[in-house]
Write a protein that binds this ligand. Structure first.
Ligand code: 13P
Length: 249
């Protein structure tokens, strides 16, 4: 089964809209590679100008978050149809920073995943263990629980198009990348979990990224593992280095 790689940048809370446009223009020629799906998930206020800047290129602009209701009295939130109206096709759901600082839970993640699919937006569903959990030897159990809840009431047809990002929390922004073996082991376990929930065809189709201190140096080995279908990249996606990550081969 050959899956198209998906290499996404998560810009987090970085860059003003005008800086974001400048960065898209700078990165555009460096990430011109149709063999992989290239996505930049950017702050909500920069989505529209970034889409304009990326026109005519292979760059997709995604969102970093979205609410699970259609509209209404939810001050500060972004509705799914606000994203689709401007052409957004990807949204990061349940990043560990949102779980830690904004009280997101497996249940809200599931609600958002359902809502994204209802609107035809591809969720990039984040999971990942803490250092404590890894040291306690419960990584796989914990990730399986996150995945099982995230996919409640999601059909196999929908799940096939989803993207999962495995991001060990201890590797995010720390410069401490998981070893290739650690990353492959968990991504393989996630695929087994999807096969158990659905079937092998769904497990073979779903794309699983690794995220956490990915650099141009670590990308080639990570992205050629059998169960790693690309990456979700924070810090290095804000730099020309991201071009090397996209062209990891
Ligand atoms: P870093 O690549 O900066 O470690 O961030 C990873 C991440 O959280 C991507 O979503």
């Amino acid at each position: 089964m050959s899956r198209k790689k998906i290499i996404a940048g998560n810009w987090k809370m970085n860059k003003t809209p005008s800086e974001a446009v400048a960065l898209i223009n700078e990165l555009k020629p460096l990430v011109a590679n149709d063999e992989v799906d290239v996505v930049f998930c950017v702050p909500a206020i920069s989505i529209i100008p970034c889409i304009e800047a990326a026109k005519g290129s292979n760059i997709n602009i995604g969102a970093e978050n979205m609410y699970f209701e259609e509209s209404g009295a939810f001050t500060g939130e972004i509705a799914p149809n606000m994203l689709t109206d401007v052409g957004v096709k990807y949204v990061v759901i349940g990043h560990s920073e949102r779980r830690e600082y904004f009280a997101e839970t497996d249940i809200t993640v599931n609600k958002k995943v359902k809502k994204a699919f209802e609107h035809g937006i591809t969720p990039i569903i984040c999971c990942g263990e803490s250092l404590e959990q890894r040291e306690q030897g419960v990584t796989i159990d914990f990730i399986r629980q996150q995945i099982k809840i995230a996919f409640l009431d999601i059909t196999a047809e929908q799940a096939k198009t989803a993207v999962i990002a495995y991001e060990p929390i201890w590797a995010i922004g720390t410069g401490k990348v998981a070893t290739t073996e650690q990353a492959q082991e968990v991504c393989a376990a996630i695929r087994v979990c999807i096969a158990e929930i659905y079937d092998q065809a769904t497990a073979d189709a779903i794309r699983i990224q690794y995220g956490g201190s990915v650099t141009a140096a670590s990308a080639p080995e990570l992205f050629t593992q059998p169960d790693i279908d690309g990456g979700l990249v924070g810090g290095a996606s804000l730099k020309p280095e991201f071009g090397k990550i996209v062209n990891y081969k």
